[in-house]
Design a protein around this ligand. Structure first.
Ligand code: MCN
Ligand code: CUN
Length: 801
């Protein structure tokens, strides 16, 4: 036994890479050296390649499919059609919102880009040639490209495959207190109304989707490498859809080149590649191209809002009404907790002390790609907060109170936690007013208002936009949150080796968020094992404990909590070992970071590494050897981070071009595991928010052709046009999370867009402009200036052909 003679100096938590350490991202060692292992890097012996034939039209009946010319191409091994899928009961699959989605079309195509057939060949180019050789005869049907068309009396029925479906409504959902909301409106001094459209947008991970399916007939084992943010859900889905035994399915998510929600759903390509491998008895690789990704995979937003705010003359909000109409594409495939039909739209106004609210939502099928919930959104929280902050901005203007002051009046006060939100959530912590103040000081609020006044006199258009919000991150507790019935807990397994090094596996799956860097920091905090001594492995269902994956910024709130709990279990066992080594009773053993010591004699102690060795070499009588623990964590509540963003802009009245002058972001995500990683998350998110506000436009013409199906039309901002971000922090620990952390991965995309729009609208206030819908392209801004009216609620239909 080794005990230390003199009491060693206490460990420096920052030095060992614990909580609060800005250690550099360890995964970047391989990423920046080109040594990442992405889906297209997976090469298996004898592998074939698959390409998908997509529908060129938005709506049409399939009269016939002739694949004979494809088979005539040398190197084509197999062509799969919907009919072949149907004979195996695989033509349709369940979506994550209890709808069904065509895997390969059999009856009709319902959006441009829908999967119609697949060609499996010796190389990807032959497969592509094979697709071009397939002849499909379509009978064109009138396409529906927005909810207005979907609800027309003579609208064609999109989902005629569903017996119970008589119209194009995909759901209706209401929440809130309608009666009291109406009463409050009747008593209001001022009612502010606004109509908004949060346009369709698309997550654009650098790596598109793909899979390599490998069915081994000898063992019966199916291994699928795929781009999934939630590999365990996919395993369950494959077991259920394909009726394969779950223990014979192994899903491996290798390095992902970004996800942003795009890689949550189960896509037809994955399913078809699996069948292709079963039929050919060879590994089959499918790699989606950029246009395929942009026109067929999970989009975000596309929601119209009519909002109303009831106020007293002193600015106190009495109630809000929200009416949403959303476009879900051809299949209701939103990935969201099953109780909530329009995601967590009802998290709107959670930061504000408002007694009553009512949300009435309706969703429509259209001839567009399915998706609905993707792109850094935590289940439509992005829309909720955008609508909220645009409604707040309009309300402040309508009641004639300064934007910052109006928020200060209505934000929940520090003493009022826990706070029941108007739609029924429970928020538990925050310092909203402090965040507001920090932001105001940083941007120089009062001075800017004076400068703005002066500038206006000289014909210059300056604007300031604020966006303040708390959002629910970390779904979620098992009482309320499930996806297809599976409760939304998460997990971690920590195995400490005999030399004190460790491997940590979780049910989450990093796509670039830095879990390999940050999870060890939690263990370092709990156990004093240096972060660099811990390796993280995620995404392999054969080795990682079951978890619901990474989206909705749930990893830190749920899997991260499980990491802390697993580490605590390890510590509890190590304590018993320490007592044995120190020859005292457990009660006499005290913990300090990385070391147990005898309470009465602190110089007598053993390190966690010594305990680890003893767990394998010198355990107490009757104790199971080894030092490892697994935790499944069911969070008691969501976490509620807060953001206060301030954006200043200047608009060129001659062109409608607007420039960001400054952007100040104050974020409170509770205890910060790694400030550097958090800054990266916020800067990335703000850049995406800026892209949506400024340039990203994915729309449809009257024929249902997707405009924005490539990076020439759908723009990604580069460093050149991206403004500089000024970041500030406030820390209010989460009361129920084991280390006090709240989620942060989506805060900036959620709170960001409204700050830009509010700034531009603020600059145009003298013109009487109250709204410009995103993307605020120069022509829209110019139109608002010249017509002195809103450019809002524009249906996303371009009539030019
Ligand atoms: N973190 C921290 N301290 C906190 C909270 C978080 O240090 N108090 C760290 C975490 O340890 C983690 C990162 O910040 O490394 C993000 O944590 P979290 O907020 O828990 O979010 P998730 O890990 O669950 O990531 C999901 C979120 C979502 S839903 C989208 S969409 C998104 C996003 O993360 N997609 C991303 N950020 C992304 N970043 C990259 N690079 N790529 C994506 O695809
Ligand atoms: Cu909504 S995109 Mo993220 O939750 O994977």
């Amino acid at each position: 036994m080794t005990t230390t003679q003199d009491r060693p100096a206490p460990l420096d938590e920052i030095k060992i890479g614990g909580l609060g350490s800005s250690r550099r991202r360890v995964e970047d060692n391989r990423f920046i050296r080109g040594r990442g292992n992405y889906i297209d890097d997976v090469v298996l012996p004898g592998m074939l390649h698959m390409e998908i034939l997509r529908s060129p039209i938005a709506h049409g009946r399939i009269k016939s499919i002739d694949v004979s010319k494809a088979y005539a191409i040398p190197g084509v091994r197999l062509v799969i059609t919907g009919e072949m899928m149907a004979t195996r009961n695989l033509a349709w699959m369940p979506t994550l919102s209890y709808d069904t989605q065509a895997v390969l079309a059999t009856d009709k195509v319902r959006f441009q880009g829908q999967e119609v057939a697949a060609v499996i060949a010796d190389d990807p180019y032959i497969a592509k040639d094979g697709c071009e050789a397939i002849v499909v005869d379509y009978e064109q049907l009138p396409p529906i490209v927005n909810p207005t068309q979907a609800q027309a009396a003579d609208a064609p029925l999109i989902r005629d495959d569903k017996e119970s479906q008589a119209d194009n409504v995909c759901f209706t959902w209401q929440v809130g207190d309608k009666e009291n909301t109406e009463k409050a409106f009747a008593q209001a001094d001022v009612v502010s109304k606004i109509d908004l459209h949060y346009p369709r947008t698309h997550p654009s991970p650098l790596e598109c989707c793909g899979s390599v399916a490998d069915f081994d007939r000898a063992t019966g084992k199916l291994t699928v490498y795929m781009t999934s943010q939630a590999p365990h859900i996919v395993r369950a889905a494959v077991a259920l859809i394909a009726e394969l035994p779950e223990h014979m399915i192994r899903i491996i998510s290798p390095d992902l080149g970004g996800g942003f929600g795009n890689k949550v759903p189960v896509y037809p390509g994955y399913v078809v590649s699996i069948l292709a491998s079963i039929l050919t008895e060879r590994p089959v690789k499918w790699i989606e191209d950029r246009t395929g990704n942009l026109i067929s995979t999970g989009f975000g937003r596309d929601v119209y809002l009519h909002g109303e705010v009831a106020m007293r003359n002193d600015g106190k909000i009495l109630a809000v009404k929200m009416n949403t109409v959303s476009d879900h594409g051809a299949f209701y495939a939103d990935a969201q907790p099953s109780k909530f039909k329009i995601g967590l739209m009802h998290s709107a106004f959670a930061a504000y002390d408002i007694p009553y609210a009512y949300l009435d939502s309706i969703g429509y099928y259209t001839n567009k790609a399915p998706g609905g919930v993707a792109y850094r959104c935590s289940f439509r929280v992005t829309e909720a907060m955008f609508f909220q902050e645009r409604m707040i901005h309009a309300a402040a203007d309508d009641v004639g109170i300064d934007q910052a002051e109006f928020r200060r009046i209505n934000l929940v006060k520090d003493d009022d936690f826990p706070h029941r939100t108007p739609y029924g959530f429970l928020t538990d912590s925050g310092q909203y007013e402090k965040c507001l103040r920090v932001g105001m000081e940083a941007i120089g609020y009062d001075q800017f208002r004076r400068d703005q006044e002066e500038a206006r006199k000289r014909g210059r258009l300056l604007g300031l936009g604020i966006s303040t919000m708390t959002e629910p991150l970390g779904a979620g507790n098992s009482r309320e949150y499930d996806i297809l019935g599976i409760k939304m807990f998460d997990s971690a397994e920590l195995r400490v080796h005999m030399t004190g090094k460790a491997i940590l596996r979780t049910g989450a799956k990093t796509q670039g968020q830095g879990h390999e860097t940050t999870w060890p920091q939690i263990v370092a905090h709990e156990l004093g094992i240096p972060a660099e001594d811990i390796v993280v492995e995620e995404g392999d269902t054969d080795t990682a404990p079951f978890g619901m994956g990474t989206y909705a910024s749930r990893s830190t709130p749920v899997a991260g909590a499980a990491v802390a709990m697993a580490a605590r279990k390890v510590r509890a066992k190590a304590r018993k070992i320490a007592a044995h080594l120190l020859e005292v009773s457990e009660e006499d053993v005290e913990w300090e970071l990385g070391r147990f010591h005898v309470r009465s004699a602190p110089e007598r102690g053993v390190t966690i590494q010594e305990c680890a060795m003893a767990a394998y070499a010198n355990m107490p009588d009757g104790m199971e050897p080894g030092l490892e623990a697994t935790s499944y964590y069911d969070p008691p509540n969501l976490t509620w981070p807060f953001a206060a963003y301030f954006c200043t802009v200047e608009i060129d009245p001659a062109t409608g071009v607007w420039d960001v002058l400054r952007f100040v972001a104050v974020d409170d995500c509770g205890v910060r595991i790694n400030p550097l990683v958090i800054e990266g998350q916020i800067m990335g998110g703000l850049t995406e928010a800026y892209a949506m506000a400024n340039m990203q436009f994915i729309t449809f013409d009257v024929d249902g052709n997707c405009i924005g199906s490539n990076f020439m039309d759908f723009l990604l901002p580069t460093a050149w046009e991206t403004p500089g971000w000024e970041l500030h922090e406030v820390v209010t620990p989460c009361p129920h999370h084991p280390i006090g952390a709240k989620g942060v991965g989506e805060c900036a995309t959620v709170a960001g867009p409204a700050a830009f729009v509010n700034a531009v609208v603020d600059a145009l206030k003298p013109y009487g402009v109250r709204n410009i819908d995103m993307p605020m392209l120069p022509d829209r801004v110019y139109e608002a200036i010249t017509t002195r009216s809103d450019v809002s609620g524009a249906p996303p239909v371009r009539t030019d052909r």
